[in-house]
Design a binder for this molecule. Structure first.
Ligand code: C2E
Ligand code: MG
Ligand code: MG
Ligand code: MG
Length: 277
C-alpha cells in the first residue's frame, strides 16, 4: 500500500523535486542576463546535396556559454525561454547573428542560405513576420537566403495566425521548412494548407535505418510525399555512410548530420566553407 512505499521514498522524491526547482530558478535568473552579457553563440551545421555533395545550406544552432555550467545545449534552456517569454528577445538575437554571419560568408565568396529555428512561442508577437522581414532587409540579405524552420506543432496550434504569418514570409520570398517532420502526431492536411518549401525528416527515422526495413519504408514514403508536394526533402541526423547510401537510393535531396560535420563555431564554419569551395 501507500504506506509501504515508505517515508524515505517520498523524502527522496521531494528532495529531487526541490533540487530540480532550484536549478530551474538559477537557470531562469541566469538566462535573464545571458543576452546582455553576450553569453549566446551560434554554431553552424552544413547541409549537403546528396547527388553532388555540395554544401547548399547552413543551419544556425544556438549555444549558451553559461559561466557556471559551460556550454549548454538548447534543449536545456529553450523550453525555459519559451515559458518565460525570453524566447522573443533570444530569437531576435539569433536571427541578427545568423544574418551577420551570412554577410561574412558572402564577403568570403562562399554564401549559402542560412536556416534559423523558430519557436512557436515567438508567434505571440503579432508583428513577428514584419520584424523578420525588416531584419532581413536591413541586413541586405536576399530573402531566399533565409530559411525559417518551424515544427509541426506550430502548424497545428493557432491555425489562422500561423497561416497569415507563413504567407507573409512566403510573399517576401523567405523559405519555410518543416523541422522534425514525422514527430508531430498531426494530420497531414496542414502540408497542403501551408506554404512550405522544405521538409526535414526527423533524426529518429534515420537511426538504425539499415537494420530496419519498416523505417526504410516510412522514410521512403515521406520522401515521396514531400516530392509530390514539390518540396525539397532533407534527412536529419545522418551518422553513417550506409544511411547516406540508403537515402541516396530513396531519392532524398539533402542530408545533414555528424557524417558530414558537427555544428561548428563561426570561425570554423568559415574555414570549412573556404576549404571546400
Ligand atoms: P533541430 O532544429 O532539429 O536541430 C538539429 C539537432 O540535431 C541539433 O541539436 C544538431 O546538433 C543535432 N544533430 C545534427 N546532426 C546530428 C547527428 O548526426 N546525430 C545526432 N545525434 N544529432 C545531430 P542541437 O543543436 O542540440 O539543437 C536541438 C534543438 O534545439 C534543435 O533541433 C532546435 O529545435 C532547437 N534550437 C536550436 N537552436 C535554436 C534557436 O536558435 N531557436 C530555437 N527556437 N530553437 C533552437
Ligand atoms: Mg532545425
Ligand atoms: Mg530537427
Ligand atoms: Mg528539434
Amino acid at each position: 500500500g501507500a504506506k509501504g512505499n515508505g517515508r524515505n521514498g517520498y523524502c527522496l522524491f521531494d528532495q529531487q523535486m526541490a533540487e530540480e526547482a532550484r536549478e530551474q530558478a538559477s537557470l531562469h535568473q541566469e538566462l535573464h542576463t545571458a543576452l546582455e552579457e553576450e553569453q549566446f553563440e551560434l554554431y553552424f551545421q552544413p547541409l549537403i546535396h546528396l547527388r553532388t555533395g555540395m554544401v547548399c545550406q547552413l543551419e544556425a544552432l544556438l549555444r549558451w556559454n553559461n559561466p557556471r555550467l559551460g556550454l549548454v545545449a538548447p534543449d536545456r534552456f529553450i523550453p525555459l525561454a519559451e515559458k518565460t517569454g525570453l524566447i522573443r528577445a533570444i530569437g531576435h538575437w539569433v536571427r541578427d547573428a545568423a544574418m551577420r554571419q551570412y554577410q561574412h560568408i558572402e564577403a568570403l565568396g562562399c554564401a549559402v542560405p542560412i536556416a534559423v529555428n523558430l519557436s512557436s512561442a515567438e508567434l505571440y508577437d503579432d508583428h513577428l513576420a514584419e520584424r523578420i522581414i525588416e531584419q532581413q532587409r536591413s541586413h541586405d540579405m536576399p530573402p531566399q537566403a533565409l530559411v525559417v524552420e518551424v515544427t509541426e506543432s506550430l502548424l497545428i496550434d493557432n491555425k489562422q495566425d500561423t497561416q497569415a504569418f507563413l504567407q507573409q514570409l512566403q510573399q517576401a520570398g523567405i523559405c519555410i521548412a518543416i523541422d522534425d517532420f514525422g514527430t508531430g502526431y498531426s494530420s497531414l492536411s496542414y502540408l497542403a494548407a501551408f506554404p512550405v518549401q522544405k521538409l526535414k525528416i526527423d533524426r529518429s527515422f534515420v537511426q538504425q535505418l539499415q537494420q530496419d526495413a519498416r523505417k526504410q519504408a516510412l522514410v521512403s514514403t515521406m520522401i515521396d510525399l514531400g516530392h509530390a508536394l514539390d518540396m525539397e526533402v532533407t534527412a536529419e541526423g545522418i551518422e553513417t555512410e550506409q544511411e547516406k547510401q540508403l537515402l541516396l537510393a530513396q531519392g532524398c535531396d539533402i542530408i545533414q548530420g555528424y557524417l558530414i560535420s558537427h555544428p561548428l563555431p563561426a570561425a570554423a564554419i568559415e574555414e570549412y566553407l573556404l576549404q571546400i569551395s
